[in-house]
Design a protein around this ligand. Sequence first.
Ligand code: CP
Length: 315
Amino acid sequence: MKHFFSISDVTDLKGIVAEAIELKKTISNFSSLGKGKTIGLIFFNSSLRTRLSTQKAAINLGMSVIVMNVGSDGWKLEMEDGAIMNGDAAEHIKDAARVMGAYCDIIAVRSFAGLKDRKKDYSEEVLKSFMKYSGVPVVNLESSTLHPLQSLADLITIEEYKKVQRPKVVLTWAPHPKALPQAVPNSFVQWMKNADVDFVVTHPEGYELAPEFMEGVTVTNDQNNAFKDADFIYAKNWSSYQSYGQILNTDPAWTVSSEKMALTNNAKFMHCLPVRRNVVVTDEVLDADYSIIIPEAKNRVTSAQVVLKRILENL
Ligand code: CP
């Protein structure tokens, strides 16, 4: 593996999930794999899970870790090629990425969508600039449109908890007071489409995800119907793609409740976290036995470990 930007960087989906699960038991055999290597974790945005789990995975593999909050601590970066830099930005991404690449063997970057300019967000200029200029493998820690380490962790969790060979997995939109990016649902759709699951997406009208992700996916605006026979409920809010970045609906009828979970086939409940309790999903669901949000979060270490191992083996 060179970069880990999206599912396209994985040639064997079943293989990487199996390897990740095996690696949970055998990680101590690889504690020197990253010896003498440094990973730079570059954050343009806040994080709890991604920061700690990627750091832990790198430490488990024997790597040194540098963390930088570029959003708050770094120079403001210019992204445009050929820009006359007489504004706020003190440094061009071209130079910043090259310098970081000179210090690190792997660079991992988090840079969220601005949710103002769809074309700009969907061009993935930040992650693509790092891949273009840094000269080292780049790992996506959640970009404008994708969160592949989360989706890999989600798929690993589904594999570990499924009771039937081909479970029904439902991605449901849920309300939220803030406009959130489409990165998690986009990625989740990509990974579920390629996994051995029956996959259904449910959301209110106006929340259709980008067509490039949704081709061939079953979509319904009837959440109750979608929940029937489900083995896994995956809740997530996202803002509108069509009316880009807008909140069109805050209807609490879409909140995942125990009554809704009762419609399922004793489904497990999943959410990538952080979660707004009693807005996206009720306390009762989050704290129920069928909620697997903590093992899911724990598997963020599992997914980061297997990705970093594959990149280190290819250095
Ligand atoms: N799920 C996730 O990416 O969490 P953080 O935003 O806290 O990293």
